[in-house]
Ligand binder design. Structure first.
Ligand SMILES: [Fe+2]
Ligand SMILES: [Fe+2]
Length: 226
């Protein structure tokens, strides 16, 4: 089924207008997470799963906030509603992983990645909301990239966890495109392309940090060249 279509009361409805695929191809991550990061993350699975639960819940909350902040255009509202629901399903699936493994869902100090990325957004309208959408697209893209790497790293040692992560990545990749499409609808392709560049540069700087702890949303600099 086309990823832009979803079933609503048994009818296929659109979550997005047809937009340029070249924009999706242009607005991608600038850097790649080293494999050594994924191997280290696989060794710290309880902490990664606790973080995953927090991140899925935050992703659902972010989509719900956009529901109220963005125009009452039906395809935008429907796309965000569906996205928020998917994130909550991911949250519930992550809680199940914690439960099955006897891991307590506890508070965890955030890495600061999302907060620092949001600090790079314009401070005033109309650019502010475009930047916030593009930051969400970048966060979805990094989540997709790291969950895929972690899923592959776990394949030999923990097939259940590997399948769990690899099963989530299709949705995270799609979420990046949803946020890009909405940003274009709120402005135009040229604006999105130009505003995406400095934000993606900032994102690549943030993930290049040499963080001590392994975070899905954190620096991988300590694993470069390992
Ligand atoms: Fe998710
Ligand atoms: Fe997502």
């Amino acid at each position: 089924m086309d990823s832009r279509l979803l079933l609503c009361d048994g009818v296929r409805v659109s979550t997005s207008p047809p937009l340029s695929e070249s924009l999706h191809d242009a607005c991608v991550l600038r850097s790649t997470t080293p494999r050594a990061w994924a191997l280290a993350a696989a060794q710290n699975l309880p902490l990664l799963l606790i973080e995953q639960a927090h991140l899925e819940k935050k992703a659902a909350a972010a989509a719900a906030r956009f529901l109220f902040a963005l125009p009452q255009e039906i395809w935008i509202q429907r796309a965000l509603s569906y996205l928020a629901r998917e994130e909550l399903v991911h949250f519930e699936r992550t809680l199940r992983q914690l439960e099955l493994r006897g891991i307590r869902y506890v508070q965890q100090a955030p890495s600061g990645y999302a907060g620092k990325l949001k600090a790079a957004c314009a401070s005033a309208a109309p650019e502010r909301v475009i930047d916030e959408l593009l930051v969400s697209a970048l966060i979805e893209a990094r989540s997709h990239e790291r969950m895929q790497a972690l899923g592959h790293a776990l394949a030999g040692t923990d097939p259940d966890a590997s399948e769990f992560y690899l099963d989530l990545v299709e949705a995270e990749a799609r979420h990046r495109c949803v946020y890009l499409d909405i940003a274009v609808a709120m402005s135009d392709e040229a604006t999105v392309r130009s505003r995406f560049q400095p934000l993606s540069l900032r994102e690549s700087e943030l993930v290049a940090a040499k963080d001590q702890a392994v975070h899905l949303h954190g620096g991988h600099g300590a694993y470069d060249g390992v």
